[in-house]
Write a protein that binds this ligand. Structure first.
Ligand code: F0G
Length: 463
């Protein structure tokens, strides 16, 4: 008799649902009107008109009962709130940074750190750009230089650490402009625009050594650092037995400082901060925050928000939680692949990125294939996604022309602890049917373009 195959044992999310928020299904005719009124830009839709909202994982997380309970313990004092000190303790404990300044969200911290570290004419190398990060670096007078590994620009390259910095590219830049002209190296992990791709600890060590040799500051966009830590645990030799908290702490030990949008890893709806081991940078930041955000013990946040963040830090490093988050994204990607939908590989941490260039081969990049695809998916099912291609990249400050990025992507982003596997199945089926009918889809023309971060507010018409 053949040996019986053992029964597979699945695992499920380490939480159950306590509060529900109804969502609305609409008709195609309704959505046609809604997306036209929104100028074919999913950022301009009313959230009420969206069925499954995969626009972003930013501030869209479900907080735990423990975080909600903490909201009632908000100490709403103008100065020296109890919640601030609890958050400060946890920033020290989990990120290992002695000094910290809260801000209302990530880009506020980016603004402050860019203003402090950059002199006009400087350069900031980074592992691919992020929209708000790069804009603040440019507004402070720097030129951003992409030094990510080449593999990151290729949607199908299966390199496990496509978020790595190419040390040779960094060295070439140092040789070309001189170390003194480099304000800091800006390293994010995982890299949002590359498809949620992580960097390895080994690469970080190498970049750190190079920066040390040339006396260049190394700063960390730690917005989704726990996802990066999870990938290191899964993919890098020597980390299998380490906890997410240990890996996070080791990652942070290589940086002089970091900034964060708490709206991601920290499982809250609003918040951010800047943290550093450099006392002088801290002093300047805690003075600047008073001008732009609020006193340095609240930085534009309510006491209750800081309490939710402090508690969120303790939850974000729990292995079962981060595994459920990343494996949900992976589940979606694997289902899409079964239908032959082109996606960025390997599957990233926070989102599935559809390769719109391949998906809508007949639409040239100046007719915005990713923008078009995002609108088509909404039309099909009410699922909301986001363009991450030529519209997001904006214009070249020198030539004024569109920046024709190699990656022309649509992002399906997963809020943490919000949607079920059934929501993912509905999403997958919708994307698959748009894919089946792709040849009928026509491109778009841009009819309104704002000056900064155009993807948020640009408007389009069907060609
Ligand atoms: N850095 C990264 C890597 C981000 O993904 C974001 C925001 C920020 C900084 C800015 O933070 O929004 O709190 O001001 N990303 C969101 C997204 C908007 O949808 O990916 P913020």
């Amino acid at each position: 008799m053949a040996a019986k195959k053992p029964i597979k044992r699945s695992w499920a999310e380490p939480f159950k649902i306590k509060v529900v928020e109804p969502i609305k299904m609409t008709t195609r005719a309704y959505r046609e009107q809604a997306i036209e009124e929104a100028g074919y830009n999913t950022f301009l839709l009313r959230s009420e008109d969206v069925y499954i909202d995969l626009l972003t994982d930013s501030g869209t997380n479900a907080m735990s009962d423990r975080q909600w309970a903490g909201m009632m313990l908000g100490d709403e004092a103008y100065a020296g709130s109890r919640n601030f000190y609890y958050l400060e303790d946890n920033v020290r404990k989990y990120y290992g940074m002695p000094h910290f300044v809260p801000t209302h969200q990530g880009r506020a911290a980016e603004h402050i750190i860019s203003r402090i570290l950059i002199k006009p004419g400087d350069f900031v190398p980074g592992n691919m750009y992020f929209t708000t990060t790069k804009l603040h670096q440019e507004l402070a007078g720097a030129t951003f230089v992409d030094v990510i590994v080449d593999e990151a620009h290729d949607p199908v390259n299966a390199h496990p650490f496509k978020g790595n910095i190419d040390p040779q590219k960094l060295e070439d830049l140092i040789k070309k402009v001189g170390a003194k002209k480099i304000a800091y190296v800006s390293m994010a992990g995982p890299v949002n625009m590359a498809g949620g791709q992580p960097f390895s600890m080994n690469n970080l060590r190498e970049v750190h050594a190079l920066c040390k040799k040339h006396k260049i500051r190394l700063w960390f966009d730690a917005t989704r650092a726990c996802e990066n830590a999870f990938f290191i645990k899964e993919r890098e030799k020597g980390y299998q037995d380490k906890t997410i908290a240990q890996i996070l702490k080791e990652m942070c030990s290589h940086f002089e400082g970091l900034w964060i949008s708490a709206k991601k890893d920290l499982l809250v709806n609003i918040g951010g901060f800047l943290a550093t081991r450099d006392e002088k940078v801290y002093e300047e930041a805690s003075n600047m925050v008073v001008v732009y955000e609020g006193l340095h013990t609240y930085g534009g946040l309510a006491g209750r928000d800081m309490e939710a963040m402090a508690r969120g830090i303790e939850e974000m490093v729990e292995y079962d939680g981060i595994r459920a988050r990343i494996k949900q994204v992976e589940y979606c990607g694997k289902q899409l692949e079964k239908y032959g939908v082109p996606i960025v590989k390997p599957i990233g941490g926070h989102a599935i990125f559809l390769d719109a260039r391949k998906f809508l081969k007949h639409i040239p990049q100046n007719q915005f294939p990713a923008q078009t695809l995002s609108a088509e998916i909404y039309l099909d099912s009410g699922v909301r996604s986001m363009e991450r291609g030529v519209v997001s990249a904006g214009r070249d400050p020198e030539t004024g022309d569109h920046k024709y990025t190699e990656l022309e992507l649509v992002r399906l982003t997963f809020p943490r602890r919000v949607y079920t596997q059934a929501h993912i199945d509905v999403t997958v089926e919708s994307v698959a049917s748009v894919h089946e009918n792709r040849k009928k889809v026509r491109g778009l023309k841009m009819v309104y373009e704002p000056k900064y971060l155009r993807f948020f507010q640009a408007r389009f018409e069907k060609l």
